[in-house]
Ligand binder design. Sequence first.
Ligand SMILES: [Zn+2]
Length: 445
Amino acid sequence: MLGDAYLKCIGPQCGLEYPIQSTNVQCENGHMLDVKYKNKPSTKLKEVFYKRRNSEGSIFNESGVWRFRELLNFCQIDTENLEECSKNLVSLDGAEGRQSKPYRMSKAAEFINTSNENLWLQPEGYNPSGSFKDNGMVTAVTHAKMIGAKKIVCASTGNTSASAGMFAANEGINCDVYIPAGQIAPGKLSQAYQFGAQIVEVDGNFDDALKESLDDAKNHDGYTVNSINPFRIEGQKTIPFRALEYLNWESPDWIVYPGGALGNTSSCGKALMELYEWGWIKKIPRIAVINSEGASTLSDLYNGKFEGEELRWNKGNPNTELISRHYDSLDSKGLKPKTKATAIQIGRPANILKGLRALEYTKGVVTTVTDSEMLDGMSVVGLNGFDCEMASGASVVGIRKLISEDIIKKDDVVIGILTGRQKDAMLPVNYHNDPNNKFAIPPKS
Ligand SMILES: [Zn+2]
């Protein structure tokens, strides 16, 4: 018997179901899984969520993730019972998602060439470990705790390891971080080291590191916290929840994300599907995904740049062989993803199928931007008094590009997600020391 919350294969022709305690990240036919809920949450909860912004001392109201706990109640607890919340829900004292909401940034709006009223940018870098990952890590580690895991495991080039290490330290469980040996600047792992994670170096690239981490999880009682874990996706739904709540649940025209492993695209799509189905929103915003030009797998496949076919979810029948052939072709040419925006330097997006589903549901678009454009985007955010990493600049310049192409209309309301905080101190220094850069303010002597 399955409870109110359960796991279900995303393939409509397969649709295998599993109990919520399962740690499988795939069905037995190798498809990804969704967390599903049988009950339809009442729209009266909008009022409850609003009231919880006055936390009255409860960390679960203070948390920008657990404030919406009825919409991700895979623990199936009495959500008003704070004792039950304390026993089941992991939290960094309510800090995850607490500072996240959409802001107006007039200098970014001017650069993007839209009105200040129509543009919102939502910094997720103000999460405790410095990126959006905390939104999903808190739910993944909650599930790890539910099933009694002693160790969490991930492959990471930076942000995931910081978040996993932080929550593991807070919960007193072990954390193994798999990295491709010699390919990651040690500074990117500084938080993981500081939080006491065990770094494991793997000969090969990121995909090899992920594969080894999955084997380790399977064979040594580890619990995988990469975004292929469906519970990560549940927590990341709160990014659009907070944006929508701030707009009084009136949908914007667009939600724009940088595109890497496509966990954010997947979770935004799932959030919008659920909210629309539950009658919480009347209109489905369109998702735009912005790839780096040097790591553009999704854009290439989606826009028909490989073999001329535009890859689609196709109601659950995506042409997965096209994806395999594309990966083989990259391998045979020795092409590796290459961008200074390391957070989105990913050649094989693990969530590509869920991402395609989200794009189909929201009539989404995918485009690319260059490294130098991303640096401009990052820098103009800084001029508004906000701090973000280079990959987040993709949202800003992606919106700018889509407006210039008249895909996003000038009077459309747009929310851009800024995924992480600056973790490479030298990027802004180098940017501003080069007077040729658009927003550079070089030092004087
Ligand atoms: Zn399946």
